[in-house]
Design a protein around this ligand. Structure first.
Ligand code: FAD
Length: 622
């Protein structure tokens, strides 16, 4: 017997990175929201690396922030170290990466969620969904509480029929020895969900007191740390360093000799692992010509001695992990505090979802995060935000919200997932974005703040600040286009100092700034703006002017892409009625049910000729 425990607009199952963003977004938009999660002390817990950001992922955090989400704000308040990566390269690949204080991150997230109006947090294990006439109406917990809602978002990560594996030891468990979510996974199967089995792994954590740091290289944070959130005004100055060491021939020998004991190679693990996050045994086997691999020693927080051994993810037995560690400079006497392990889990085949992350087969039900076949906190958070926004839209009768591939990495990721699916845990990479020069770290606010404001995620005050910034950028570009710089001695000196060729005649300041060797500060020396501009305005002016040509080219490509995106496929299209399309393409169209001709063209296994026939069919208005 169940009891009626309450009615909500939106229920979010899970309080990981996806769940926290989803619940916050839904509540912030005004939907009465309930989050049900296994352990309220583990909200936004990081079961693996204590870090947020990096290439592509860092841009996602900026996008989440520009849309009014939480991840950027929380990490900016709790980092122990911040670094801008790829500063020597172009702006399209620059990325911010923070080392997180794991326990503090949880506390900060919990405090924000607890104080969010419209949001109720409750500790519970959800076992079943309430589905009536094919529509999701709520959830049932193991304590027999029945909660009702217009939209339900599942964000259960790696917990679905989770199984932890260390050598030949294997047991049912979620990450970090939390309870696995078994009944919900079985129930989804009963409901007809297509599930796949994936795996991921994590390295051992060792006690900092047992490390000899003198044998390692220090990796400090940036002196002037940048931030993820556009709202952050204060930097954390007492940063903590990480440390770098390497594996060597002795480490690789230990691995080679014990390969048959690794769960990865003994056949214990059936799930597919992430190609871009291989275990150390994988790296040694696959790249056996490499004499060493990098190992970063990363503190898990300010008030703990646990050190995360990045690069040593493994499913070897514990005693082999110990032997491996003892071959590595600095770690010869290290003591393991938690052993590394692999975890296998069920995830949902994401082609079953609309781009809103709602299930095609069960209206009212959304899924987000690792359950959709991705890997990574940022990927999970980005999806959580989108699912939360859309779940609230459904409950409140508002328009659904989709980002396209030219607007955000989040758009690229969701489009990849729902259009192509994935055979392995999906991770965002810069190479997945065809318009990456547009999807930069520095311009996430310009791309998305207005959208965030229009959907009720960005405050009036923040929007005003953003609009002022945008105006300053435009005005400064206009000014530089007007100012003529004559080849005076002062001008020639600046050019000479930068290593450029001297001017022969007067030039517009904007044209001079286009030269690769010229920085905005040099132009500023020659022709200062009326008022001192904020650093991020200067940065934007420089990037937009320097890359004007490339940006314009990308924009043209986007226009072409949007023409295809705007060719909408009618919802009731009968693919069997279209003659000439290959059978395989027809089956794929029926499964994915693309919303536009653009999306149809990205389905793997579909040929351009199939898309042309589809286009003609639609244009004939059949
Ligand atoms: P999770 O963070 O897993 O959160 C799931 C939430 O759902 C939890 O709060 C849980 O309590 C709740 N829940 C589950 N079942 C129920 C239920 N039935 N009822 C109520 N609540 C429920 N990512 C990387 O980028 N790089 C890595 O190297 C990496 N390694 C990893 C290693 C391990 C061992 C693990 C476990 C994960 C690893 N990840 C890695 C993945 C990363 O941790 C996840 O991508 C991220 O945490 C997913 O976020 P999520 O919100 O989807 O799910």
């Amino acid at each position: 017997m169940t009891y009626d425990a309450g009615h909500y607009d939106v229920i979010v199952i899970g309080g990981g990175h996806a769940g926290c963003e989803a619940a916050y977004a839904a509540a912030h938009r005004g939907a009465k929201t309930l989050m049900l999660t296994l352990n309220l002390d583990m909200l936004a817990f990081m079961p693996c690396n204590p870090s947020i950001g990096g290439p592509a992922k860092g841009v996602v955090v900026r996008e989440i922030d520009a849309l009014g989400g939480l991840m950027g704000k929380v990490i900016d308040k709790t980092y122990i170290q911040m670094r801008m990566l790829n500063t020597g390269k172009g702006p399209a690949v620059r990325a911010l990466r923070a080392q997180a204080d794991k326990p503090l991150y949880i506390q900060e997230m919990k405090s924000i969620l607890e104080n969010e109006r419209n949001l109720t947090l409750r500790q519970a294990m959800v076992e079943r969904l309430i589905v009536e006439d094919g529509v999701c109406k709520g959830v049932i917990t193991e304590t027999k509480a029945a909660y009702y809602a217009d939209s339900v978002v599942i964000t259960t990560g790696t917990f679905m029929r989770g199984r932890v594996i260390i050598g030949d030891l294997s047991y049912e468990s979620g990450p970090n020895n939390q309870r696995a979510s078994v009944k919900l996974s079985e129930h989804l199967e009963e409901l007809g969900f297509e599930l796949v089995r994936f795996k991921t792994g994590t390295p051992p954590r060792v006690n900092s007191h047992t490390i000899d740091y003198s044998k390692t290289e220090i990796q400090p944070g940036d002196d002037n740390p940048r931030h993820f959130s556009y709202e952050t005004t204060e930097a954390i100055l007492d940063q903590i360093p990480c440390w770098l060491t390497y594996t060597n021939e002795f480490t690789h020998k230990v691995i080679d000799e014990n390969l048959n004991l690794s769960a990865m190679y003994s056949g214990m693990i059936k799930g597919t692992g992430p190609r871009y996050c291989p275990s150390i045994e994988d790296k040694v086997v696959r790249f056996n010509d490499k004499p060493r691999h990098q190992i970063f020693l990363e503190p898990e927080g300010r008030n703990t001695e646990e050190i995360y051994v990045q690069g040593l993810s493994t499913s070897m037995p514990e005693y082999v992990q110990r032997e491996m560690l003892r071959t590595i400079p600095g770690l010869e006497n290290s003591e393991i505090m938690r052993a590394g392990y692999a975890i296998e889990y069920d995830s949902v085949v994401p082609t079953q979802l609309w781009p809103t992350l709602e299930l095609k087969a069960i209206p009212g039900l959304f899924t987000a995060g690792q359950i959709n076949g991705t890997s990574g906190y940022e990927e999970a958070a980005g999806q959580g935000l989108m699912a939360g926004i859309n779940a609230a839209s459904r409950a409140m009768g508002r328009e659904s919200f989709i980002l396209d591939r030219s607007q955000a990495y989040i758009g690229v990721m969701i489009d990849d997932l729902v259009t192509k699916g994935t055979n392995e845990p999906y991770r965002l990479l810069t190479s997945r974005a065809e318009y990456r020069l547009l999807l930069r770290h520095d311009n996430a606010d310009i791309r998305l703040t207005e959208i965030g404001y229009n959907i009720g995620m960005i405050s009036e005050e923040r929007y005003k600040l953003f609009a002022e910034k945008k105006l300053l950028i435009e005005k400064e570009q206009e000014r530089l286009a007007d100012v003529m710089l004559k080849p005076t001695e002062e001008v020639q000196k600046v050019i000479e100092n930068s290593g450029g060729t001297a001017l022969k005649e007067a030039i517009r300041a904007l044209e001079l700034l286009k030269r690769p060797e010229i920085k905005y500060e040099m132009i500023e020396q020659l022709t200062p703006a009326e008022q001192e501009l904020p650093w991020d305005v200067k940065e934007q002016v420089e990037i937009q002017i320097k890359y004007q040509g490339y940006i314009a080219k990308s924009n043209q490509q986007v226009e072409r892409m949007l023409k295809m995106e705007n060719k909408i496929i009618p919802e009731n299209i009968d693919y069997d009625d279209i003659s000439g399309i290959a059978t395989e393409a027809k089956e794929k169209f029926k499964k994915v049910r693309p919303l536009s001709v653009g999306q149809a063209s990205r389905i793997s296994g579909v040929n351009p000729s199939d898309v042309s026939i589809l286009l003609v069919y639609i244009e004939q208005g059949r």
